[in-house]
Write a protein that binds this ligand. Structure first.
Ligand code: FE2
Length: 199
């Protein structure tokens, strides 16, 4: 059949996602690699963004943005920090039991919902009348969990998308999500301290 219906429309974004997030290659399970890439491709396809690098490089739409670098650099930084935390702690506290593939996927996917929440079109629409569907209608952890579940990412990764931020205060975070949560928080605090964020 002309124009394969087997390839989702969002697959055109896959190549760019892989270029933005080279850490995907560090995931050993090919199916997990494919789903991480596909999840970000889907997240972009539902917005006006063509690349993760086009999303405002901040923790929330209204918090200070990075002076240089992109949202992809945030994902990469958090992922690398999470792995470094796990590896460093493991040298003095052996047997932590961290699943490396899951940790990598949690780090790379924790902000899957940002294209939706940060979308200027969505922000404008929500701001016009918050009485209609709220402001924002869904924060990025909730929408990120929707993407992760839709793509069929492991439950542990869906959990990190949903619970890496304030929403995670209502649940018991997994080991990998606990590491990502602290790496994410530390990322923004360290950049602020270093004068790397807009004021
Ligand atoms: Fe983050």
């Amino acid at each position: 059949m002309e124009g394969s219906t087997l390839v989702p429309a969002y697959d055109v974004f896959r190549e760019g996602v892989r270029a933005s997030l080279p850490e995907i290659d560090e995931i050993s399970d090919p199916e997990l690699r494919d789903k991480v890439e596909g999840a970000w491709a889907m997240a972009l396809a539902e917005t006006e963004f063509a690349s993760i690098d086009e999303v405002r490089p901040s923790g929330n739409p209204d918090t200070p943005a990075m002076k240089s670098g992109t949202q992809a650099d945030h994902l990469r930084g958090v992922t690398r920090m999470a792995v470094a935390l796990a590896d460093s702690l493991e040298t003095v506290v052996p047997g932590l039991g961290v699943n490396r593939d899951i940790l990598l996927a949690c780090g790379l996917c924790h902000d899957l919902g940002k294209p939706f929440e940060f979308s200027p079109a969505n922000q404008t629409r929500w701001r016009q009348d918050p009485a209609v569907s709220g402001f924002p209608a869904l924060r990025h952890p909730v929408y990120g969990a929707h993407i992760a579940i839709t793509i069929g990412l492991p439950e542990a990764v869906c959990h990190a998308a949903a619970g890496h931020s304030g929403e995670g205060e209502l649940v018991v975070r997994s080991l990998e999500n606990t590491i990502v949560h602290h790496a994410d928080h530390a990322y923004w605090r360290i950049l602020a301290s270093a004068g790397k964020l807009e004021t």
